[in-house]
Design a protein around this ligand. Structure first.
Ligand SMILES: [Zn+2]
Length: 284
C-alpha cells in the first residue's frame, strides 16, 4: 500500500475522511514534530496527516521544526508528501480562491535548519527541480478533474515572516517573476528531497499581496470565506488524488541520495549513522 503524507497549512488542521485512524507521537533526533501524526486509510491509500502549525495553530512559520516533521513522516513510512500551503498571489490571473501546483521555489527564509547533513556526514542533493514531476501532475489532474480553478506551475517565494511584505518588496518580487508568496514550503521541500520523498505543493491563493490596489479594501470576512473555500477544495483534491494514486513512483525522488554523500563511509560516526537511519539508512 502506498503511503501518502499530507502536511496541512493554515486552515487545514485535520483530515476527517479517514478510516482505521491511529495517532502517533513520534520523537526524533531533532525533537518533536509540530503535532501528533494521524494515520488512516482513504481509498486504499495509507495516509499520514500532520498539521504544520500544530492543531490550534500554535507555531509561527519560523518555529516549525521542519526536520522533525520530515524525519517523523519518513520514519512512519511516507513515500510521498503533499504540502498544502496558503499563499499570497503575485499575479492578477491567480485570483483569491484559486489553487496552484507550484514547480519552483525561491528561498528567502533566514536561519532555519535546512538539511539532515552535518555532524560528520557531508552531502549535496540535486534540487534544480524541487518538486516531484509525477506527484505534481497527479495533483493537477485531481484538481482539474473536480472542476476547481487550478494553475499548473509557478514560482513560490518563501519568506521568513511573520510580517507580510512591504509594498516595495511586493513590487520587487513581481519583477523577479514570483507568482506566489508563502512562509513554509522551505526548507520543507529541501528536507523532503534529502529524505528521498516525492514532494509537491498545493498552494491555496488567499489574497493578492499588497502590490494589488484591491488589497486596501479587503475585509477579514472576505479572507476567512476564501480560506474556508480553499480548505474544502484542498480536502476534495486530496480525496480525488488518493482515488487515482499509482503504486509506482516513476520519478527520481526515491534515489536522490545515490550520488549525494561525499564523506568517506569509514569516517562517518556510528552514532550519527544510527540516529539518522530513517533518512540515510538506504545508502549507508
Ligand atoms: Zn517523485
Amino acid at each position: 500500500m502506498t503511503t501518502l503524507a499530507i502536511i496541512g497549512g493554515s486552515g487545514l488542521y485535520d483530515f476527517n475522511r479517514l478510516t482505521n485512524v491511529q495517532h502517533h507521537r513520534v520523537e526524533t533526533p531533532y525533537g518533536a514534530p509540530s503535532d501528533d501524526i494521524v494515520e488512516g486509510e482513504l481509498n486504499g491509500v495509507r495516509l499520514l496527516f500532520l498539521a504544520r502549525h500544530g492543531r490550534g495553530h500554535r507555531l509561527l512559520p519560523s518555529e516549525v521544526n521542519f526536520r522533525a516533521n520530515i524525519f517523523a513522516l519518513k520514519k512512519l513510512g511516507a513515500e510521498k508528501v503533499v504540502s498544502v500551503s496558503a499563499a499570497g498571489s503575485m499575479r492578477e490571473e491567480i485570483e483569491p480562491g484559486h489553487l496552484v501546483v507550484v514547480d519552483q521555489f525561491i528561498d528567502r527564509t533566514k536561519g532555519r535548519p535546512s538539511t539532515f547533513f552535518g555532524s560528520g556526514i557531508v552531502g549535496h542533493v540535486m534540487f534544480a527541480d524541487p518538486v516531484c514531476p509525477s506527484l505534481a501532475e497527479q495533483l493537477f489532474a485531481a484538481a482539474s478533474g473536480l472542476g476547481i480553478q487550478v494553475h499548473r506551475g509557478g514560482t513560490m517565494m518563501v519568506m521568513e515572516g511573520p510580517a507580510f511584505s512591504t509594498r516595495a518588496e511586493s513590487k520587487l518580487h513581481r519583477e523577479m517573476g514570483v507568482d506566489l508568496i508563502g512562509m513554509t514550503a522551505m526548507p520543507e521541500a529541501k528536507l523532503a528531497r534529502e529524505a528521498e520523498l516525492c514532494y509537491a505543493t498545493l498552494a491555496l491563493s488567499t489574497d493578492y499581496d499588497c502590490w494589488h490596489e484591491s488589497e486596501d479594501d479587503v475585509t477579514v470576512e472576505a479572507i476567512i470565506a476564501v480560506i474556508t473555500q480553499n480548505v474544502n477544495n484542498a480536502q476534495a483534491v486530496i480525496q480525488q488524488l488518493t482515488e487515482d494514486l499509482p503504486q509506482e513512483r516513476g520519478c527520481g525522488c526515491a534515489t536522490a541520495l545515490d550520488t549525494a554523500i561525499i564523506t568517506d563511509r569509514e569516517v562517518i560516526p556510528p552514532r550519527i549513522r544510527d540516529e539518522l537511519k530513517p533518512i540515510f539508512g538506504r545508502v549507508l
